[in-house]
Design a protein. Structure first.
Ligand code: ADP
Ligand code: GLC
Length: 467
């Protein structure tokens, strides 16, 4: 697996959760996975072993020296060390600005992943994730097309989010020594730019995305980000496989990051978690008798921030409380700071990235709000089900696939009115205590563990190998 993130070492979002958990699930099915990620500045190498120094990687005349480290995991987790490229504060950029050499960074990363497969771990499948690994299929189809090492090796490209495409000036292709013939509409050309995600979409043997509904949606202009045509052209080779959840990390029965454990049989610990959360966010004691709604999110347009902006003041009129954790675009960070100031004791906000707090919100809130504009899969709503924190979601992508009328509240139209309607319905249902408890428990008893999804990937790998 070639990925720019893997939990717990490198995480900004759900991609990390997926790549952190899927390998063990595959291993327990008898597959033999390994993962390659960059070694970012935040990854401490003290616990890792230097296992290989690949020959220098040349992009044209420019030389890059890498070292491969292996992190202590139950499966091989390889870290590509190249300090000039990855030993920085961010993964992709800093203070909202992308690093100007990202095309080089993720080209060297792709080449290093190919080197891992040549010298350390003879893979049959490259399972590539998102644009940061899009050059793996592209190099395999061009630079290495006759290299015996990769003969018969298959590629699967998984799209976790079509909104992030890795677009660079067309000169990037020469910088990374790719065959100029890939610059064509059915290759990596995209409206005059070089598109790394199209490296995957055009050149991988098979495509997948992270929910069945999103697999259909991305083939339409509304959700396609300009790539719907390229995806429709490969409709027969595009599969939607719903993400699973790692219940070793995300279950109130075992979670060591929350103040008390609980289960569908004994919910008393959830009240302890709520009390703790109410205190932690400085909400008044009255909040204990009213719905506390939680948000943990990247603050981007994708996550429905515009709807929240429009609806926030009317949401709190319904005598509910809101706690939010997130970071992202300055405009939305500012908005959250502002509503917290406007509604003290009603809305409380933490700007930042804090895994422990994300767990405490999942456990302590009554409802979890995800009004996403689009959502390839979404993991938080599935975590919420397990924590008995009833999801209020927009019916799109994976949100639509995972939340049912009996386990949560859905709205269809992308409008503040529709969001308010769903919040109102949830708030009313919260008043009818017994029914609410049943909704919670139904969600808690559902099983979104990796077992089924890993089996689907494993079957797809086998199909690709003709086995
Ligand atoms: P996406 O990958 O689009 O951000 P997902 O719902 O798939 O959305 O996954 C988000 C993951 O990132 C979850 O594990 C969530 O808890 C975590 N997360 C998002 N924002 C934060 C934050 N500010 N602090 C801690 N964890 C966060
Ligand atoms: C992306 C998507 C999210 C999905 C995650 C993991 O970040 O935005 O919906 O759950 O990838 O696949």
């Amino acid at each position: 697996m070639v990925s720019s993130e893997a939990a717990p070492l490198a995480k900004t979002g759900g991609l990390a959760d997926v790549v952190g958990a899927l390998p063990s699930a595959l291993a327990s099915l008898g597959d033999d996975p390994a993962v390659v990620i960059p070694r970012y500045g935040s990854i401490d190498l003290k616990r890792a072993r230097r296992v290989f120094d690949p020959p220098p990687i040349y992009l044209g005349p420019v030389r890059f020296d890498t070292a491969i480290y292996q992190a202590p995991e139950t499966f091989p987790l390889y870290l590509v060390d190249c300090p000039p490229l990855y030993d920085r504060k961010g993964f992709y950029g800093e203070t909202g600005v992308d690093y100007p050499d990202n095309h080089i960074r993720f080209a060297v990363f792709a080449r290093a992943a190919l080197a891992v497969a040549r010298y350390l771990f003879r893979t049959e499948i490259f399972h590539c994730h998102d644009w940061q690994s899009g050059l793996v299929p592209a190099y395999l189809r061009t630079t290495f097309s006759t290299d015996p090492t990769y003969l018969g090796v298959r590629t699967l490209f998984t799209i976790h989010n079509l909104g992030y495409q890795g677009l660079f000036p067309k000169t990037a292709l020469a910088d990374v020594a790719l065959d100029p013939r890939v610059y064509r509409p059915d290759g990596m050309e995209f409206f005059g730019h070089a598109s790394y995600i199209k490296g995957g979409i055009a050149f991988a043997d098979w495509l997948s995305t992270v929910s069945p509904t999103y697999a259909r949606e991305i083939q339409t202009p509304e959700f396609g980000f300009g790539l719907d045509g390229a995806l429709r052209a490969r409709a027969g080779e595009l599969t939607g496989i719903l993400n699973g959840v790692d219940y070793r990390e995300w279950s109130p029965e075992v979670d060591s990051l929350i103040p008390a454990r609980y289960s569908p049989e004994d919910l008393s610990g959830k009240r302890v978690c709520k009390e703790h959360l109410v205190r932690e966010f400085g909400l008044p004691a009255e909040a204990m008798d009213r719905p506390v709604m939680g948000i943990v999110s990247r603050f981007t347009r994708q996550k429905g921030m515009d709807l929240l902006k429009e609806a926030a003041s009317r949401i709190v009129e319904q005598d509910v409380y809101l706690v939010a954790l997130g970071s992202g675009e300055p405009e939305y960070e500012e908005f959250f700071r502002q509503i917290a100031a406007d509604f003290p004791g009603r809305i409380a906000v933490r700007i930042g990235f804090d895994n422990g707090l994300a767990h405490r919100i999942e456990a302590g809130a009554d409802m979890f709000v995800m009004p996403s504009q689009y959502e390839p899969c979404g993991l938080n709503q599935i975590y919420s089900l397990k924590y008995g924190t009833v999801p209020v979601v927009r019916a799109t992508g994976g949100l639509d696939d995972t939340i049912e009328e009996r386990t949560g509240f859905k709205f269809k139209e992308y409008s503040a009115e529709a969001l308010l309607g769903a919040v109102q319905a949830a708030t009313e249902a919260y008043g009818g205590r017994e029914g609410w408890r049943e909704t919670m428990v139904r969600g808690m008893r559902q099983d979104f563990s990796w077992k089924a999804s890993a089996a689907a990937y494993s079957a797809l790998y086998r199909q690709l190998l003709g086995a």
